[in-house]
Design a binder for this molecule. Structure first.
Ligand SMILES: N[C@@H](CCC(=O)N[C@@H](CS)C(=O)NCC(=O)O)C(=O)O
Length: 200
């Protein structure tokens, strides 16, 4: 039995999307980040970082959303590139996303749209934008050359990067037309829409 820990209102969104793509059944511990359930010794034993998402797949425990989705895709033989070069590109884009985009895009949208106005910090938004802008530029250059990030079709690489760019759906991406078109192509998938409905 697969168990997924974490609310759709967290980075667990991308794992729920992947589970939907693969048609998996799972037990869902629908816990928000920092919820009391994530502060227990039992949860610490699953993830000493106290963060979601985490999965428990028949006793195999794994954290880090990118790794979880790479594992699930490979295990279930779908959305996982078979060609070693495409597989390596999937790793590249997942690692790139975590390094370049994951936190800055959250900070940017929180400090421009999501936090109550009194809590928004323009300097934090500006600092985040200085990282988001070149990252979107790098993604635009790749997507101008290829419709998908790791091979000829939608894969775990697209899901992981588009999943992390959920907040990009609320941004003006006019300057990056290939990113915009790709992001909407990814999020129009039925499993993506179902995951999104769990969050909104
Ligand atoms: N790199 C991790 C990040 C996980 C993460 O930061 N999760 C947040 C929710 S989106 C969390 O659980 N935060 C709780 C905390 O900060 O204590 C991943 O991609 O899974």
């Amino acid at each position: 039995m697969l168990r997924i820990y974490g609310s759709a209102k967290s980075r667990t969104l991308r794992v729920l999307w992947m589970a939907g793509e693969l048609g998996l059944t799972y037990d869902h511990k629908d816990w928000l980040p920092r919820a009391p359930e994530t502060r227990t010794p039992e949860f610490r034993a699953l993830n000493p970082n106290y963060r979601v998402p985490v999965i428990d797949d028949d006793g195999f425990v794994l954290s880090e959303s990118m790794a979880i989705n790479l594992y699930l895709a490979k295990k279930h033989g779908a959305l996982y590139p078979q060609d070693p070069r495409h597989e390596a590109l999937a790793w590249q884009w997942c690692l790139w996303e975590t390094d370049r985009l994951d936190r800055p895009i959250v900070n940017y949208v929180r400090h421009t749209q999501e936090l109550p106005e009194a809590e928004r910090d323009p300097k934090a938004a500006e600092a985040a934008w200085k990282e988001v802008e070149p990252a979107l530029g790098a993604l635009e250059a790749a997507l101008a050359k290829s419709a998908w990030l790791a091979g000829p079709s939608f894969s775990v690489a697209d899901l992981n990067v588009a999943g992390a760019l959920y907040r990009g759906l609320k941004m003006d991406l006019g300057k990056w037309p290939h990113v915009k078109a790709w992001l909407h192509r990814c999020w129009e998938r039925p499993a993506a829409k179902r995951a999104r409905a769990m969050r909104e």
